[in-house]
Design a protein around this ligand. Structure first.
Ligand SMILES: NC(=O)c1ccc[n+]([C@@H]2O[C@H](COP(=O)([O-])OP(=O)(O)OC[C@H]3O[C@@H](n4cnc5c(N)ncnc54)[C@H](OP(=O)(O)O)[C@@H]3O)[C@@H](O)[C@H]2O)c1
Length: 313
């Protein structure tokens, strides 16, 4: 009970909970809860956006648990350098790279066609662009990278995931989503002045709101769907996109491994956690902290229809 109260207090204070202190305080209660050595032996885990930051840290910890890890990267040279770092950290790692640009449907299709075995799909790739740009199909970049690309890849991999005894699809959202409502009337951010941080947070909100629907959609194939936010971690992405934030909070930021912890836990813990929920620091979290962000009835379903149509399903 005491742990639960401390955990909830950390969550609602945001700054403390998302920081390294939140992670370290909570971690004290997790000693029994770490997935045991070898928990992912025999499993194939795809990690998108694995060339830096949280993706790289997750890849290392997944490899430590025995998974065959595929670093799914858009830049193969960067991916090869990451592969070397993963092998340095985990000499026995079963790790490889594969090219896929999540914002490019052609690239996603090409990549998906090469996969014959997947047990866990960690959708970690993320961007925070300064200006509004579109992919080849005319979809705004954060929507394409955070929502449409992951949806397309998962849909294409469904026949492969179905073969796994315990398939899990994990979406890396952001605590920034708490600030935004579901942008169902303007999912492509065509109206108003474009702000990268808003586009980012809106599409992270979409990931969290769609997860319960995707969980239902995929449950017939035995695929679990999970969404999480990692807190605030010191990664190249944060340093590049939010240099002011990084400078101000550098003493508070988590290590990449601390930020990646819950994604790795969701991939490996047994039995599988309940599907369709939102997680942070290994606990289920609310989808809303502000009443104004709650979607009206039918909005989530409308957004899912839009996304499925946008990817051609
Ligand atoms: N760090 C945090 O505090 C924090 C907080 C909340 C949420 N997150 C989320 O955590 C995830 C990882 O973030 P990070 O902080 O580790 O950032 P990062 O260091 O910038 O890593 C992002 C990764 O995504 C890749 N990527 C971007 N666009 C891609 C695309 N179209 N196709 C394939 N890969 C692509 C990048 O590849 P390149 O190397 O080629 O650029 C990079 O490997 C993101 O989804 C982010 O939104 C992070």
């Amino acid at each position: 009970m005491e742990d639960f109260l401390l955990d909830t207090l950390l969550d609602r204070t945001v700054v403390l909970g998302y920081s390294r202190w939140g992670y370290r305080l909570r971690r004290r209660g997790w000693a029994q809860d770490d997935p045991p050595a070898g928990s992912l032996r025999g499993k194939v885990v795809l990690v998108t956006g694995a060339s830096s930051g949280l993706g790289e840290a997750a890849a290392i910890d997944l490899a430590k648990l025995g998974a065959a890890v595929v670093l799914v990267v858009r830049n193969v040279e960067r991916g090869e350098r990451t592969l070397e770092r993963v092998r340095e950290a985990v000499p026995e790692a079963d790790v490889s790279t594969a090219r896929c640009d999540l914002s490019d449907p052609g690239s996603v299709r090409e990549f998906a066609a090469t996969r014959s075995r997947v047990d866990v799909l960690l959708h970690n790739a993320g961007v925070l662009p300064k200006e509004r740009t579109e992919n080849a199909d005319g979809h705004e970049l954060t929507l394409a990278t955070h929502v449409l690309g992951p949806l397309l890849l998962t849909e294409l991999l469904r026949p492969v995931l179905r073969e796994s005894a315990d398939a899990r699809v994990i979406l890396m959202s952001s605590g920034g989503m708490y600030t935004q409502a579901l942008a169902v009337d303007d999912p492509e951010y065509r109206q108003g002045t474009f702000r990268g941080a808003t586009a980012y947070a809106r599409t992270k909100r979409m990931q969290a709101e769609l997860t319960p629907l995707l969980s239902q959609r995929w449950s017939g194939d035995g695929i679990g769907a999970y969404c999480l936010h990692p807190g605030w971690a010191d990664t190249p992405g944060v340093a590049d996109s939010l240099p002011g934030f990084q400078r101000l909070t550098s003493k508070l930021l988590r290590t990449p491994a601390e930020g990646a912890d819950t994604a790795v836990w969701l991939a490996a813990t047994r039995p599988a956690p309940p599907s369709g929920r939102f997680w942070h620091d290994r606990r289920e979290r609310p989808l809303h902290l502000l009443p104004r962000t709650r979607p009206a009835a039918g909005q989530r379903e409308r957004l899912l229809r839009y996304c499925l149509e946008a990817i051609g399903l």
